[in-house]
Ligand binder design. Sequence first.
Ligand SMILES: Nc1ncnc2c1ncn2[C@@H]1O[C@H](COP(=O)(O)OP(=O)(O)O)[C@@H](O)[C@H]1O
Ligand SMILES: [Mg+2]
Length: 379
Amino acid sequence: MTVSDELRERLAKVLDPELGASIVDLGMIGDISVDGAGHAVVAVSLTTTGCPLRIQIERDVREAALSLDGVTSVELAMGVLDAAARGTLMRRARTFAQERAPQTSIPPQAPVLMIASGKGGVGKSSVTANLAVALAQTGRTVGVLDADVWGFSLSRLLGVRGDVQARGGKMQPLERAIGTGKIRVLSMGLLADEDQALLWRGLIVQKAVAQFIEDANWSGIDYLLIDTPPGTGDIAMTLARLLPQMGQLVVTTPSPAAQQVAARAADFARKSNIRVLGVIENMSVLTCSCGQRHHLFGEGGGRDLAQQLGVPLLAEIALLPEIGVGGDTGQPAVLHEGNDGAFHQLAQRILNDVAPPVGAQGCTARLLDALERAVDSPL
Ligand SMILES: Nc1ncnc2c1ncn2[C@@H]1O[C@H](COP(=O)(O)OP(=O)(O)O)[C@@H](O)[C@H]1O
Ligand SMILES: [Mg+2]
């Protein structure tokens, strides 16, 4: 073995601090040469020029190289991965994460979609509830996990009540039939009362969310929708770690300010290696009884955010009094919506191209393809 081969082997032990995988396996190490005097030149490509972990990676590579007997000095040729190499890196990083992820009862072919936003009150929970019902109306079994531990609302929005039973050591989500399909719901609202949950902090909350995933019976579901608390805190991190297959839908209102906040959630997603699959604009327009349209919260926020993230704008959901009322009565507005309504259309887009159930499509490649397109925008 030549010294440069040995060096490559040594560098394979250096991990990317963010992705936790070998920088050689991730494709970040290019040409390596070592001359007769022991001077090594190593080409290192990062995901972005401004990579905040650059210094750590440089130091680790240098140390690994100098730890080799035949190497006396090291020169790093720093570069940036091109789009294709970055795509490969993301694919590999996901595979590694999947291998490390814990076993859950979530069927591997069921898409897991996290509904996120930068701030509260934009309609995440309303969108989650109505989308879940719209998907269930197509005959699917849709798991709904309310990971908004402090602001839980899904059990109320979806009209499910009762005690969560444990069977075989697993929490059984509460079920509600919707047409030929059903929803299966787990929410802190079903386990603890509001005052209790408010006292929970940090680790306890992360553990609770982890239990909802690891110690719950999600077998048989076709989709899992996860409603999250606003922002980019510990809960989202826990979800990202436990569910590397997860994709994210970002909800925003049409105002440019909200769009910026939502962009932060998307930014977090990319850093945690979560795919952003699309943007949903909520509270887009109010049509009054006279037929006039009012843009109460501005215009264009969803479109601009989608463009900025390089993902599709999946829906523009109008301001509808039914959405608020339906939430209060546990009868989501989508139950009374026509087939051409916004939530039905959103469900169709998810089923047909954003995240088709793998089994139904019979073609994993197509799903991966759609996901790849979603991550293919600049980091
Ligand atoms: N498209 C809409 N039209 C009318 N009211 C809506 C709409 N979307 C959400 N709401 C209302 O806005 C409030 C906040 O929505 P919610 O779904 O709880 O937001 P989040 O989960 O992001 O905090 C609720 O009272 C809800 O009924
Ligand atoms: Mg909410």
